[in-house]
Write a protein that binds this ligand. Structure first.
Ligand code: UDP
Length: 319
C-alpha cells in the first residue's frame, strides 16, 4: 500500500509513519516543520520505503504530485496546541481550512481514500458526561479565540463529508481526545509534557485555573492502531469516530500523580488562565468521549491507563 501522511514529522504522524513502515507500506510524508521535527523521523529516513517532503500542504503542486502516487492519505497536518491557537490565530485558521481544502481536492483527483484527523475541541464547552459523535456542539463567542480552532476543524469535517456525499470520495473522520506519549513537546501548551518536564527539574508544576477541570488522555500507540484499522474497514467510510479513553482525571489529580511518579520536589502552583492565554480565554470543565461507535466497529480499547502513559513520557524525557 502507498500511503501519504500530512504532518508526518509531527508527534502523531511520526508514530503512524513508523507503524505503516513496519507493516511494509511505502510511506510518503509532507511536513513544513512548523510544529513537526526532523528528529521525529530521523530513524526512518534510511528506510527505502520512506520518503519525506519538507513543504507546506498549501503547496498544491507538491500535494498533487504526492497524491498521484498514493492510495491512502492520512491528513494530520494542522495547527495544534491551545498556545499556538491563541498566539497565531490567522495561521491556525488558514492552515486548517485551506490546507484541508487542498488535501481533499487532490485526493478527489486521484480517488485516494482519506482520513481526516479532527479533534474533541469540536464539541466545545459541553457539560455532558460523555461526548457522542452525533451530539450538538456548544461553541463560545466568536470573540473568544480558542473557538476558532474548533470552528476551523468543524469546517474540515463538513467539507470531507460533502466530498463523500457529492463526489463519492471515501473519507473517514476521527476526533482525537488529548493524545499523549513520547515525542510530544510541551511547547504548544500540552499539559502532560509540561508537567513532566517541570517535575523532572523540580520546577513548579503550574496548573491553570482551579485545576478541577478534567480530561481523558489517550496513548499515541492506541490512536495510531485505531486510525490504521479504521482506514482498512469498509464500514468506517463516511462516518465520524471518537478516539479516546474513558478514564477521567482532574488536572489537580494529574499534577499530584506526575509529581509522585517523577519523585519530584516540585511545588504545585495555580495561576489564572488570563495570565497564560490573555483575556477572555474559555476552558472546558470536562471532556470525556463516548467510544461505543469505534468499540463496535473495530473492537477498540485503550491499552494504556494514565499511569502507563505518564511512565512512558517520564522515560522519554529522561532519555
Ligand atoms: N493545563 C495546565 N497546565 C499546563 C498546561 C495545561 O493546567 O501547563 C491545563 C489546561 O488549562 C487544560 C488542561 O490542562 O485545562 C489540558 O490542557 P491541554 O492544553 O493539554 O489540552 P486541551 O484539553 O486544553 O486541549
Amino acid at each position: 500500500m502507498k500511503v501519504l501522511i500530512t504532518g508526518g514529522a509531527g508527534f502523531i504522524g511520526s508514530h503512524l509513519a513508523e507503524k505503516l513502515i513496519e507493516r511494509g507500506d511505502e510511506v510518503y510524508i509532507i511536513d513544513n516543520l512548523s510544529t513537526g521535527r526532523l528528529e521525529n523521523i530521523k530513524h526512518l529516513a534510511k528506510n527505502e520505503n520512506f520518503h519525506y517532503t519538507i513543504d507546506s500542504i498549501m503547496n498544491e503542486k507538491a500535494m498533487d504530485n504526492l497524491a498521484s502516487k498514493c492510495e491512502h492519505i492520512y491528513h494530520l497536518a494542522a495547527a495544534v496546541g491551545v498556545k499556538l491557537i491563541m498566539d497565531k490565530p490567522i495561521e491556525t485558521i488558514e492552515t486548517n481550512v485551506r490546507g484541508t481544502e487542498i488535501v481533499l481536492k487532490v485526493a478527489n483527483r486521484y480517488k485516494c481514500k482519506v482520513l481526516i484527523a479532527s479533534t474533541s475541541e469540536i464539541y466545545g464547552n459541553h457539560v455532558l458526561h460523555s461526548l457522542h459523535e452525533d451530539d450538538n456542539r456548544v461553541m463560545g463567542s466568536v470573540k473568544k479565540r480558542r473557538w476558532a480552532y474548533a470552528a476551523s476543524k468543524a469546517t474540515d469535517e463538513f467539507l470531507a463529508l460533502a466530498y463523500y456525499d457529492e463526489k463519492k470520495l471515501p473519507v473517514v473522520i476521527t476526533r482525537f481526545f488529548n493524545t499523549v506519549g513520547p515525542r510530544q513537546t510541551g511547547t504548544y501548551g500540552m499539559v502532560i509534557p509540561n508537567f513532566i518536564q517541570d517535575a523532572l527539574l523540580d520546577k513548579p508544576i503550574t496548573v491553570y485555573g482551579d485545576g478541577d477541570q478534567s480530561r481523558s488522555f489517550t496513548y499515541v500507540g492506541d490512536v495510531v492502531d485505531a486510525v490504521i484499522k479504521l482506514m482498512s474497514h469498509p464500514d468506517a467510510v463516511g462516518n465520524i469516530f471518537n478516539i479516546g479513553s474513558e478514564e477521567e482525571i482532574t488536572i489537580n489529580e494529574l499534577a499530584s500523580k506526575v509529581k509522585e511518579m517523577a519523585a519530584s520536589k516540585s511545588a504545585i502552583t495555580h495561576i489564572p488562565y488570563e495570565e497564560v492565554y490573555g483575556k477572555g480565554f474559555e476552558d472546558m470543565r470536562k471532556r470525556v468521549p463516548n467510544i461505543n461507535r469505534i468499540k463496535e466497529l473495530i473492537g477498540y480499547k485503550s491499552t494504556a491507563d494514565i499511569d502507563m502513559i505518564i511512565k512512558s513520557v517520564i522515560e522519554y524525557f529522561k532519555s
